[in-house]
Design a protein around this ligand. Structure first.
Ligand code: ADE
Length: 224
């Protein structure tokens, strides 16, 4: 998968993609992440990317020209499955959206700033708007990093234990069951007997019951 991220703060992503699984995904060719500085695509002398709002009002608006030029250049080079704008008024991100996006080959993620972007970008260029939750961030960078992380880890071969991503919380709309490791008794706090029994059938059954119990308790909205 190739992800092109368009941002006013390219340095933000340096650290994020240079660790653990994401770094490995890049190294073994499962994910290619290319960061574009939107300012490089501005055609005016000052390299500005924002302007005042028509009709008045507080806050600057990101201009259409640099965004259109940057995305048009990318689209001329390859086909993109989705051109995503990270925005608090997009569709709220969930595991199903991540699953679908993880099957795609080429994605563009546009990070917004200031008051937002010119509406014509949203109408004519963007194909999908995603929010990471009902709160407003200072920019789309954190959201793009979260979305990339959630999607890249689902690409087959990125996580060494292939079944691991499939047993995550939310994959079947349930939270994951409790997990334990050694020692089986710590300060008298014991691991449930069934997990030490070696009986796979009983263990699977216990995990299913616990996942249901946990979901009903912590996320009644999912349980419904
Ligand atoms: N940009 C600002 N707030 C955001 C949010 N909640 N989700 C995605 N992008 C954003």
């Amino acid at each position: 998968m190739r992800i092109d991220i368009i941002t006013l703060f390219p340095e933000f992503f340096d650290a994020y993609f240079e660790y653990s699984i994401l770094k490995r995904a890049k190294e073994n060719g499962k994910a290619e992440i290319i960061i574009h500085n939107l300012r490089d695509h501005s055609t005016n002398k000052q390299k500005s990317v924002d302007d005042y709002q028509f009709g008045g009002g507080a806050g600057m608006v990101m201009c259409i020209q640099p965004i259109d030029d940057c995305i048009s250049k990318l689209k001329a080079e390859r086909e993109y499955d989705e051109i995503i704008y990270l925005s608090p008024d997009g569709e709220t991100l969930n595991q199903q959206i991540c699953n679908t996006l993880s099957t795609h080959k080429n994605l563009i993620m546009l990070c917004g700033h200031y008051k937002g972007i010119d509406q014509r970008v949203r109408e004519h260029i963007i194909t999908k708007e995603i929010s990471i939750g009902d709160y407003v961030l200072t920019g789309g960078e954190v959201a793009a990093a979260i979305l990339s992380d959630a999607v890249i880890r689902l690409i087959p071969g990125v996580i060494s234990d292939e079944t691991s991503a499939l047993t995550d919380s939310f994959q079947d709309n349930l939270l994951a069951p409790p997990i334990y490791t050694r020692p089986s008794n710590y300060k008298g706090w014991e691991v449930p007997e069934v997990l030490l029994s070696g009986n796979e059938k009983l263990i699977t059954q216990w995990r299913e019951e616990e996942a249901l119990k946990r979901t009903e308790e912590k996320r009644p909205d999912l349980f419904e």
